[in-house]
Design a protein around this ligand. Structure first.
Ligand SMILES: Nc1nc2c(ncn2[C@@H]2O[C@H](COP(=O)(O)OP(=O)(O)O)[C@@H](O)[C@H]2O)c(=O)[nH]1
Ligand SMILES: [Mg+2]
Length: 182
């Protein structure tokens, strides 16, 4: 829900930019206010949000001053949209090459995060992704805290035709993880 809500709010903010007849500093400030509020409501770190705001402002100002907009509002809108998009991507870019599993050995990826931030969904997507590329994927549900976590893993793994492992009775996540990864 968190991600879907954030996506909806960001889309709403950007479509209000498209509706604006002229793109001036007031419109940019209003847009940034909406985008930043959406990010803050989704628990993005306040310092990162403040930095995104100032970077977008600096980038847009520099582009407009350099005359890249050629005075047209459609160009201005594109500049603003691109600046926001680039900074949002920057926000989730770890800046390092992602982990690359190797064939012929066991590769373990552990997903850690707050409830509802997309671990089960992402793990299923990753499992399908690697299965399609010739890896033997298995999702291990070591979440013994959230009621129904294992059922959700079972359902989503079954739907995606991926192997899964978990327990209804074991209460120690370490034990499940160890059994599931051996
Ligand atoms: N829009 C969107 N929703 C997602 C995404 N990943 C997960 N969700 C939704 O977020 C909710 C929680 O996801 P879940 O995988 O159960 O999170 P978990 O508690 O961390 O395992 C579910 O309703 C998912 O459908 C995503 O990439 N985009
Ligand atoms: Mg889960």
């Amino acid at each position: 829900m968190v991600l879907a809500d954030l996506g909806r709010k960001l889309n709403a903010a950007l479509s209000s930019l498209n509706r604006a007849p002229v793109v001036d500093e007031k419109v940019l400030d209003a847009l940034l206010k909406e985008v930043c509020a959406a990010l803050l409501e989704s628990d993005v770190n306040v310092k990162l949000v403040a930095s995104l705001r100032s970077k977008v402002k600096t980038k847009v100002k520099a582009s407009l001053e350099s005359g890249a907009d050629k005075g047209k509002d459609t160009n201005r809108k594109n500049i603003v949209q691109k600046a926001i998009f680039d900074e949002l991507v920057q926000l989730v870019d770890p800046g390092v090459e992602p982990y690359k599993p190797k064939k012929g050995q066991s590769n373990v990826i552990m997903a850690v995060g707050l409830q509802g931030n997309g671990k089960t969904t992402t793990c299923t997507k990753l499992a399908v992704y690697y299965q399609k590329r010739g890896f033997k994927s298995c999702i291990v549900c070591a979440d013994t805290f959230r009621a129904g976590a294992f059922d959700q893993t079972r359902q989503s793994a079954t739907k995606a035709k991926v192997a899964y492992f978990g327990s209804y009775t074991e209460t120690d996540p370490v034990s499940i993880a160890a059994q599931g990864c051996c």
